[in-house]
Design a binder for this molecule. Structure first.
Ligand code: 13P
Length: 341
């Protein structure tokens, strides 16, 4: 794999009009989503749900890549076609989550550290053989009582850079995901400060580890207030503060930024992305890599019943299309009503 191949994959991930579906929920996390619609967390149900998403006709017009989980990348559609091939036939790149979850950081146990560097080289090589073209590692930065210590940021940024270098060595584009959590009652000012400190450390570490930025995609949080903060900002403030933080710390060599939704509603996540693109031009593509904000309506429509698959696929494709419109600032409330019509 040459660096130009890596760069081409990264650019394809953030291609015009498209974004990424995060369908890499761990078995525990997808269990919570299925529980929410009264469906048991069996391998069969997990597989059926992912098949519904991946076989949605025309979704490839809006979805450039799908992040899979270890179980999912090894599964097949009901006609026996491997999911990786199903995605490729839609023109969609298969990707894979390679971190091994979050643990209390020794020495600062109120704060999380993402683990999974041991054996990562071998796992990346195997995933590349299974058809993955890109990877994801999620670092979680928590704000506790309005405060995040440097060590929590530095340890996570270091692990992100080690991961990104290893993924590139295996020919896989790393999605670099430092997520400052929305949990808590902190203000948007605190979120901006912690987000800026995090991005500064992440790019320092990526530089020190010789990661080729042209062959990466950043997946950050938006700058928002804590979910229980009494002062909730409007779209303009979220947009301005997010763009300010990103412009200060993300080099122009990065081809694209694909936001996580992090607990925002589907409509909020779309409206924020739309406003950020409307305020462009920006130095990088600005797109989505949503999990919940692409799947909530589809899950509600499905409820585990084969009879509801078509309705769930309509809901998923609608959400994907709304976010595609938000890539150019063209999304309106009128578009949102089109599904019902
Ligand atoms: P959310 O959009 O639900 O935050 O999920 C994106 C993701 O992949 C988090 O790691």
């Amino acid at each position: 794999m040459t660096s130009s191949n890596l760069d081409a994959i990264a650019r394809k991930m953030v291609a015009a009009g498209k974004g990424i579906l995060a369908a890499d929920e761990s078995t525990g996390t997808i269990g919570k989503r299925l529980d929410g619609i009264g469906v048991s967390n069996s391998e069969d149900n997990r597989r059926a749900y992912r098949e519904l998403l991946f076989t949605t006709a025309g979704a490839g017009d809006f979805i450039s890549g799908v992040i899979l989980y270890d179980e999912t990348i090894r599964q097949n559609a009901s006609d026996g076609t491997p999911f990786t091939k199903v995605l490729e036939s839609q023109g969609t790149l298969p990707g894979i989550k390679v971190d091994q979850s979050v643990f209390p950081l020794a020495g600062a146990t109120d704060y999380p550290i993402t683990e999974g560097l041991d054996g990562l080289r071998g796992r990346c090589e195997e995933y590349a053989k299974l058809g993955a073209r890109f990877t994801k590692w999620r670092a979680v930065i928590k704000i506790v009582g309005g405060y995040t210590p440097d060590i929590a940021i530095e340890a996570n940024a270091h692990a992100l850079a080690r991961y990104a270098a290893i993924a590139q060595e295996a020919g896989l584009v790393p999605i670099v995901e430092p997520e400052v959590l929305m949990d808590g009652d902190h203000t948007i000012e605190v979120c901006q400060d912690v987000t800026e400190r995090t991005l500064a450390q992440v790019y320092e570490q990526l530089f020190r580890h010789n990661v080729r930025l042209e062959g990466t995609v950043l997946k950050p949080n938006m700058v928002v207030a804590g979910s229980t903060c009494p002062q909730q900002p409007g779209i303009d403030e979220v947009t301005d503060r997010t763009l300010e933080a990103l412009r200060r710390h993300v080099p122009g060599a990065v081809p694209g930024i694909a936001f996580l939704s992090g607990g925002q509603s589907e409509a909020e996540a779309t409206a924020h992305l739309n406003a950020m693109n409307a305020k462009g031009p920006n130095p990088w593509e600005l797109t989505f890599s949503y999990g919940r904000a692409l799947q909530q309506s589809a899950l509600q429509a499905w409820k585990g019943s084969a009879a509801n698959v078509a309705a769930a696929q309509r809901a998923f494709k609608h959400r994907a299309r709304m976010n595609s419109l938000a890539r150019t600032g063209a999304y309106t409330a009128q578009h949102e009503r089109e599904l019902a019509a």
